[in-house]
Design a protein. Structure first.
Length: 392
């Protein structure tokens, strides 16, 4: 079992919403953190301006500007920070280049056999609200609107980029190929481009395997893409999981010691239970989807050097925060493994999305986004250490 040694904050700024982090340990031994950052206009409500908040002059209530914060923003961008393993900064925060048409969302990092770092993410395309009805008629999925986010949005597909550690440079984004069965984003002009990628990819026998999710045949399901050339080109491999009554989102992969793949999947189950699915042949075929009693989302499974799997997940219920379970090497004891609390002092439900790495000294660094007492969304972290006396 693990103990929580300490908590800290990687990044917080009242002018920005920070969310959806990913971590990796580079070949040089540094901690690389990438997360999504977008403007948070609530800084305009500082003490000197709060008195000027709008007052309702009709039967409609005045807007609640303190809660005016959303997960879609036309200026959202991925930013990166680098630290040594004592979490001292190596370099200032910097922004990755953007797509001139679309806004970036969650980041997912993976260190490849070449030492390069694979970044995968997905994008939102902002458009004037007048286009919403037209686009909704094509694929049914339009988010936001003029009353809250100012724009309407459609998913723009997923992409990958490669980072060269020697030159400290990122390649241009490469959007994924079409996801079979998914509706085109714009008929005749833009395909689904892989759906949405948010979750850990893995390397298995030299192949890079990357999960995604999208709406196919009326419900959301989980899918797998594969690359045999270290993330330079991608092909569709398989549908990992679908469910008769539940939508499946944000799959994240773990490679077990024996080569088995596990995909941890978020569901829309009313109890917020997580699901998982397994493959013993590199993702060509998958066993039936299993719905667990464990509550939380999305989950990240870190295979430790011991072979055990540390499963971390956001907890958006009373006692808001991040929780974990230490699983066996097979990862098949999710519901039997004791749950332990990493954080339960969050300021609301808008938090979570943990991502973990094991440091050289055997401790585990867990990054996640958090709602502070002041209502700011920051990138926080916790350090976990092995309990030297687990029976006591």
């Amino acid at each position: 079992m693990f103990n929580v040694q300490s908590h800290g904050v990687f990044y917080e700024d009242s002018r920005f919403m920070a969310a959806f982090p990913s971590l990796c340990l580079t070949n040089a031994g540094d901690v690389l953190l990438v997360f999504r950052r977008a403007p948070d206009s609530r800084w305009l409500l500082g003490a000197e301006h709060a008195a000027n908040a709008p007052v309702a002059d009709s039967d409609e209530p005045a807007p609640d500007l303190q809660s005016h914060l959303f997960h879609w923003d036309a200026r959202s961008q991925l930013v990166a920070m680098r630290f040594d393993q004592s979490l001292q900064p190596r370099a200032p925060l910097y922004g990755l280049s953007v797509d001139g048409q679309a806004a970036d969302q969650d980041a997912s990092l993976l260190v490849l056999d070449t030492g390069e770092i694979l970044l995968s993410s997905f994008s939102w395309y902002p458009m004037p609200p007048a286009f919403s009805a037209l686009v909704k008629g094509w694929n049914g999925a339009v988010y936001g609107g003029p009353a809250n986010t100012g724009c309407s949005y459609i998913a723009w597909g997923s992409y990958t980029r490669l980072h060269n550690e020697t030159s400290n440079s990122w390649t241009e984004r490469q959007y994924l190929p079409e996801l079979p069965g998914a509706k085109p984003l714009v008929p005749g002009l833009r395909t689904s481009h892989g759906g949405c990628v948010r979750g850990q990819a893995i390397v298995r026998n030299g192949e890079v395997l990357m999960p995604s999710y999208s709406e196919v045949d009326g419900s959301y399901s989980a899918h797998l893409f594969a690359s045999s050339d270290q993330g330079r080109t991608w092909t569709y491999r398989s549908r990992m999981a679908a469910h008769e009554t539940l939508n499946l989102y944000e799959p994240s992969l773990t490679l077990c010691s024996d080569g088995t793949l596990i995909a941890w999947i978020r569901t829309d189950d009313s109890r917020d239970r997580m699901a998982s699915v397994r493959s013993c042949d590199g993702g060509h075929s998958w066993q039936a989807c299993q719905l667990h009693e464990a509550v939380g989302h999305p989950a990240h499974g870190l295979r430790l050097r011991s072979g055990e799997i540390l499963l971390t997940y956001g907890y958006r219920h009373e006692g808001f925060g991040v929780r974990a379970r230490l699983l066996n090497e097979a990862g098949d004891n999710v519901d039997e493994a004791p749950e332990f609390v990493i954080r339960d002092d969050g300021g609301g439900t808008d938090l979570g999305y943990p991502w973990s790495i094991e440091l050289d000294d055997g401790s585990v660094l867990v990054a996640y986004y958090f709602t502070s007492e002041a209502g700011l969304r920051n990138i926080s972290y916790s350090i976990l250490n092995r309990d030297p006396n687990p029976l006591h």
